[in-house]
Ligand binder design. Structure first.
Ligand code: ZN
Length: 469
């Protein structure tokens, strides 16, 4: 082991990094290889070093050194990503923001919070809540994911319908460019049209244009009430009409519209799953609806109207927080699908008007290849975002490619997206061309070349620097 350690510290870049940041900030050898490569993964980090800077200045110094040595760098947040965006190779340097985890300021009058990028999302939610405010971003990984990771992937989640994606909740940020330049764009205002909105260069770009070190977040007033209901619907067309009906009736308070297809609902409400069906399992569609800031009477009136016009077949309105959590637990119990592993998971985006025909086509294509398969469907339908979890009984590369083609190809004709909220990373890189034109990808390359001329930041993710021939 000692030999390996020596081999690593002999590396010139590592030597320079240790000299600049101190040994305490530069992890090498077995210590790196013992760290998990991701919350959902079973492998460990493969990298020549893992940096754990404490300040923006240290991030800047580290990137300056890596840039001069043409050393690749991959930023690490909470490692909850689903597309391989933070995966490293043995020749990479990983840079974890885990020590930059302070909330620097909360201003309840301006409704802003200044954070370092290693703060866990749930910590931010709780800190806002303590002030009677809310940071609306919410997703399953809340207890592990960091705001820096949320920003770099433009995370979506459960309340996009009302509050938008991460992009809509970041007022300003600080990022370090590949050459070590610190771009401080810590805007505190909702409106600022003084030139280019530079923060957008670093939101949703998966650490490929710079490393986010701090951010100014936009907080909202915490809604005083919250109504949650669960309904069954017997036709796809009525799903879309029910969404419109609730949006109109609830005066802008609709915050979640989560649909489960029958097979997903059965999966999470049948043993060995812990969940019990709140409504019988016979309907094709189920919707979890949440309205933040709406009182129960408005919701009940809207539901009564929906019944009368036969939009919905059955419904339950939650009476307690415990019931509310039970419904969300059904929606979040994706793990039940692991019984059918290996799995292929997707987060596609498409117009609601195209959904029914699209899903028919995906299933038709799958059935042309596989006599038996499972395609569990659920998602944030209010945002046009569906999650598909496909099992075909085997999980080799050939099957992966075949299943991916079945799911992604039909998106081209309807101008859908291969990634609604998870990003591209390495997983969706081969399919980027389905959702982005050649000119768009070429412009992405130009931006990359301008900001990171040596191509050291998260190389090989999203797209290749050279157009393949
Ligand atoms: Zn989602």
């Amino acid at each position: 082991m000692a030999i390996i350690e020596e081999e690593f510290t002999d590396d010139r870049v590592i030597g320079e990094l240790i000299e600049a940041l101190g040994e305490d900030c530069v992890m090498v050898g077995a210590a790196v290889r013992e760290r998990s490569a991701g919350v959902w993964r079973s492998d460990t980090v493969q990298a020549k070093a893992l940096l754990r800077p404490r300040t923006t200045e240290q991030v800047s110094r580290a990137l300056e050194i890596c840039s001069a040595n043409r050393q690749s760098v991959v930023a690490h947040g909470g490692l909850t990503g689903l597309v391989g965006s933070a995966i490293t190779s043995p020749g990479d340097v990983a840079l974890s923001l885990e020590r930059m985890n302070s909330i620097e300021e909360i201003n309840s009058l301006d409704r802003t919070m200044v954070v370092q990028s290693g703060v866990i999302l749930q910590t931010i939610q709780e800190a806002a809540d303590d002030q009677g405010l809310m940071f609306p971003l919410d997703l399953g990984g809340r207890g592990s994911c960091t705001i820096g990771g949320n920003i770099s992937t433009n995370a979506g989640g459960n309340r996009v319908l009302r509050y938008g994606m991460t992009r809509d909740m970041v007022l300003g940020l600080e990022a370090v460019l590949a050459d070590g330049t610190v771009i401080s764009s810590m805007n505190q205002m909702i409106k600022n049209n003084a030139g280019y909105d530079l923060k957008q260069l670093f939101i949703g770009t998966e650490g490929s244009l710079g490393i986010v070190t701090r951010a100014v977040l936009r907080l909202r007033e915490k809604p005083e009430s919250q109504a949650t209901l669960f309904v069954a619907i017997d036709e796809f067309k009525k799903l879309a009409l029910f969404l419109k009906h609730m949006d109109v009736s609830l005066g802008g308070t609709l915050s979640a519209f989560e649909v489960m297809w029958n097979n997903f609902y059965r999966l999470v409400t049948t043993e060995p799953a812990q969940g019990k069906p709140p409504i019988s399992q016979e309907y094709p569609y189920y919707v979890l609806v949440e309205a933040m800031g709406s009182d129960a009477s408005a919701v009940e009136a809207a539901l009564a109207d929906a019944y009368e016009s036969e939009l919905i077949a059955d419904a339950v309105v939650t009476q307690s927080e415990a019931q509310r959590l039970q419904l969300w637990a059904l929606r979040d119990d994706v793990e039940q699908a692991f019984r059918y592993a290996p799995l292929f998971t997707f987060d596609v985006s498409l117009r609601i008007s195209c959904m029914e025909a699209y899903l028919d086509e995906v299933n038709e294509r799958l059935s042309a290849h596989y006599a038996e398969f499972q395609n569990f469907i659920f998602g944030h339908m209010g945002d046009g975002n569906l999650h598909l979890v496909v099992s075909v009984g085997q999980g080799g590369d050939e099957d992966r490619e075949r299943v991916e083609t079945c799911v992604y190809e039909p998106l081209a004709a309807i101008a859908g997206s291969v990634s609604a909220e998870h990003g591209v990373g390495t997983e969706k890189k081969p399919y980027l061309g389905i959702s982005r034109s050649a000119d768009e990808i070429q412009l992405m390359r130009k931006l990359k070349a301008a900001l990171d001329p040596n191509g050291i930041l998260n190389p090989g993710k999203i797209f290749d620097l050279e157009e393949s021939t």
